[in-house]
Design a binder for this molecule. Structure first.
Ligand SMILES: CC(C)(COP(=O)(O)OP(=O)(O)OC[C@H]1O[C@@H](n2cnc3c(N)ncnc32)[C@H](O)[C@@H]1OP(=O)(O)O)[C@@H](O)C(=O)NCCC(=O)NCCS
Length: 138
């Protein structure tokens, strides 16, 4: 999962191995994997619940497997896995138009901004995040 995350993101957006272990191993967390027919990991989603909100830590699909509905299926399954929660929340880099389209297509709505959520790039530019949410059980 860590290797796939490194392949999917630019460096400032990587999770450290430690952070990924911590998120995936959290008390009310779910990790859902997508594998090819040979059992190789091609995608995954990590989410955890705090009170009535499920937070999507990350959803990654290997480049060669994108636009085949795998990301959508992973998100559907995670929403079903936490069906008793009230809402799902996630962050997305404000300049990542493709991923914004992906989430908005699934019914997620922008509710706020977190300046500097992703730190800074190598040139020192601030990397901001949008906060997105979707109500569950409606
Ligand atoms: C975001 C991501 C998980 C999507 O996975 P995927 O398996 O390619 O997504 P799907 O095939 O299920 O796409 C579902 C819909 O989302 C939209 N979408 C997905 N990728 C898109 C793109 N690059 N550009 C525009 N729309 C896109 C489309 O509407 C798509 O439906 P369509 O293919 O019928 O047009 C994948 O691109 C990825 O791993 N990106 C890098 C990691 C990342 O940024 N993750 C998000 C963390 S915030």
């Amino acid at each position: 999962m860590f290797a796939l995350d490194e392949a999917c993101f630019e460096e400032p957006f990587w999770f450290s191995l430690r952070a990924m272990r911590r998120f995936a191993g959290a008390k009310r967390a779910a990790t859902i994997l997508a594998e090819d027919e040979d059992g190789r990991l091609v995608g995954f989603v990590v989410a955890h619940q705090e009170e009535e909100t499920v937070y999507i830590v990350t959803v990654d699909v290997a480049q060669a497997y994108r636009r085949q509905g795998i990301g959508w299926e992973l998100m559907q399954r995670v929403e079903r896995a936490f069906a008793k929660a009230r809402r799902v929340e996630l962050h997305v880099f404000t300049e990542n138009a493709a991923v914004i389209r992906f989430y908005e297509g699934m019914g997620y709505q922008q509710i706020g901004e977190k300046p500097g959520f992703y730190g800074r790039d190598a040139q020192g530019n601030r990397l901001d995040g949008w906060v997105y949410t979707k109500a569950l059980g409606c």
